[in-house]
Design a protein around this ligand. Structure first.
Ligand code: SAH
Length: 220
């Protein structure tokens, strides 16, 4: 598939998407630039690629979805705004790799964990094709974080646990931030910040969201 895209996958279509995101309240210019520069269509199967710039979640197989552009932009913007450093960042739930591609452009080093092996393999190939060299992948249950690579300045989860895993909080660096959807049928996006180098955390509720659940264990 073409990287640049034509027609419904073209640069112009992506710019319209960035405009829509701005209308929805995304205000970080760097994030809007990245959203208009990052091809979303290569993260979908060819049959769906013409819908890549609609602001909706789209199926990527295995019962999982490519996140809605608005939520990708919003979470990235929150991460940038809340963290003092983005040197070392963890993503839980690689999925298609779209959020991975967006994050790779704002952080120094990105670690991304996915529990479904075929999704991870596809995502890794897409990230390689786009030329990002600052991303490492792991096939594992991301609910346990990735302790060897931490502590992290920021952690972003694209899957919702019912309660926030202690391991993720434990792997936050001083002043580190965790952006995570939490809940079951009803979910809210939370921003959790470690207070300095203490074991105290501040939780802020951002907005209601709808994510796939964070599941235990891995799938081959
Ligand atoms: N931002 C991604 C969202 C994918 S959906 C995208 O735009 O494509 C969330 C992903 O989290 C799914 O791929 C799912 O398999 C993964 N996931 C769910 N529970 C997980 C866990 N415990 N560890 C790692 N990944 C998990």
């Amino acid at each position: 598939m073409q990287l640049q895209g034509v027609g419904m996958t073209s640069q112009r279509t992506r710019q319209r998407l960035a405009q829509r995101l701005m209308d929805q309240g995304v205000s970080n210019i760097a994030v809007l630039d990245i959203m208009s520069a990052t091809p979303r269509h290569i993260f979908l199967d060819e049959a769906l690629s013409h819908r890549a710039y609609e602001d909706t979640a789209l199926p990527i197989g295995y019962g999982q979805t490519l996140s809605q552009p608005y939520i990708v932009a919003r979470m990235t913007e929150i991460l940038i705004g809340a963290s003092s450093s983005l040197d070392c960042v963890l993503e839980v739930g690689t999925g298609s790799g779209y959020q991975t591609a967006v994050l790779a452009q704002v952080v120094k080093k990105l670690y991304s964990v996915e529990r479904i092996k075929p999704l991870q393999d596809k995502a890794r190939e897409r990230i390689r094709r786009l030329g990002f060299r600052n991303v490492e992948f792991k096939h594992a249950d991301g609910g346990f974080g990735w302790a060897e690579k931490g502590p992290f300045n920021a952690i972003l989860s694209a899957a919702a646990p019912r309660i926030v895993p202690e391991e993720l909080k434990a792997q936050l660096a001083p002043n580190g931030v965790l952006v995570i959807p939490v809940g079951g049928d009803r979910q809210e996006l939370q921003l959790i910040v470690r207070k300095g180098d203490t074991d105290k955390f501040m939780t802020q509720v951002i907005e209601p969201v709808k994510f796939v659940p964070l599941l235990a264990g891995v799938t081959r």
